[in-house]
Design a protein around this ligand. Sequence first.
Ligand code: FAD
Length: 452
Amino acid sequence: MRSFIEEIQAIVGPAGLITSPNEVAPYATDWRRRYLGKPAAVVRPASTAEVARVVRACADSRTAIVPQGGNTGLCGAATPDASGTQIILNLSRMNRIREVDARNNTMTAEAGCVLATLHKAAEERGRLFPLSLAAEGSCEIGGNLSTNAGGTAVLRYGNARELVLGLEVVLASGEVWEGLRGLRKDNTGYDLKQLFIGAEGTLGVITAAVLKLFPLPKSRATAVVALQSPEKALALLDRALEGCGERLTGFELFSDFCLALVLRHFRDTAAPFPRRFPHYVLMELSDTQSGGGVRALAESVLEAALEEKSILDAAVAHSETQARALWKLREFISEAQAQEGPNIKHDVSIPISRIADFISATDQELARAHAGVRMVTFGHVGDGNLHYNVSINRLVHDSVARFGGSISAEHGLGQLKRAEIQRYKSALELELMRKLKRALDPHGIMNPGKVL
Ligand SMILES: Cc1cc2nc3c(=O)[nH]c(=O)nc-3n(C[C@H](O)[C@H](O)[C@H](O)COP(=O)(O)OP(=O)(O)OC[C@H]3O[C@@H](n4cnc5c(N)ncnc54)[C@H](O)[C@@H]3O)c2cc1C
């Protein structure tokens, strides 16, 4: 191992190699501190050429590689095992934005660019990069693509997968696939980039991507709505989509229990209404037209819903500061939960039309099976994604399968759900995945023990 580490150091230099246990520690555990690994080293290359040389050295010595970005993933997918033989390949030093082509509405960014810096770079050129999630100050685009991240704007702009036109990937052999095309039409065979998106680092290392940009919205309206039940939230979603079309960019549901957690753990937050209600929706509209049009539209949709008594109360933010304060109530839920104590996360998706029935059926089953269980239900309900967080796995996942859903909507499988997925995917689908893995990573050095 010593001569291997020396070989790696010769490639990345002293700035690109961490071996002292104290410095390695933060890289060797995950955001939730659920997994603790013991890497042989943390390698931090500064260029695609360095990544390629490191991967080739690993392929020659059959050393396993665990790619890592901002290390905010929630499934232990960026944490090595405890053998002391795997290396963490951290991409954070590869953080250059290579190009913003405003006219082509694209941006070419290296894997280690922090998501929030991409938002800023796009904005400076009057464009929007719409991928948005609570971890955006630390997660990196390579990690976002490798987990096919979702977030709060999927309803309007789609998952990470839908925001990519091209990729540069270092393959498990150390060869570089240069697929950085900025084309919206390219039907020249298999769409190879899609293999690496959502692969959680098991097929290759993403080093750069061509990302889609959109016109920058000039006005926004953010509203919080009080409701009796998730069923009513879905009725409101229908109404909002009908009335606002593409202007509806966010539609997030959370229960009063989630609100209580946030208020308890974050002092600078406040309840949105003088009294409490069972559920809330955070709704956001945006438009490329400036002025108050989008706000008037939000108000008219909500007034109609209030008159019909399908919602219980609503408030539209009057300023950017108020809008930020409302978003905090939703964005802080994960962290509030982490501070509250251990919990089991269920990041599931259900066809939107069946979400309300799923929640009601599964809540009842859980209450019957485990009296006193506490449900922390919230999610990007506008795209069918619920974070249904309780302390019993099997019951929830079986119910998800019965409702035609997925046991991992956006966080991935990692090591957390690697065994569990065997129960829900067909043998044929799993074998197809294994065949792809064998074709692209014949020696099994790319993030072994994750996904498959
Ligand atoms: C508070 C909070 C809120 C969150 N909200 C959301 C949300 O709304 N939606 C959502 O989808 N996720 C969410 N997440 C999960 C997480 O932020 C995302 O999965 C994010 O995309 C991970 O990016 P990262 O850079 O931290 O990746 P990491 O955690 O470092 O890695 C994740 C996976 O990608 C692989 N990987 C990383 N970089 C590369 C690369 N360059 N090439 C190949 N493989 C690579 C790793 O091996 C691992 O398998 C949230 C997390 C937190 C802590």
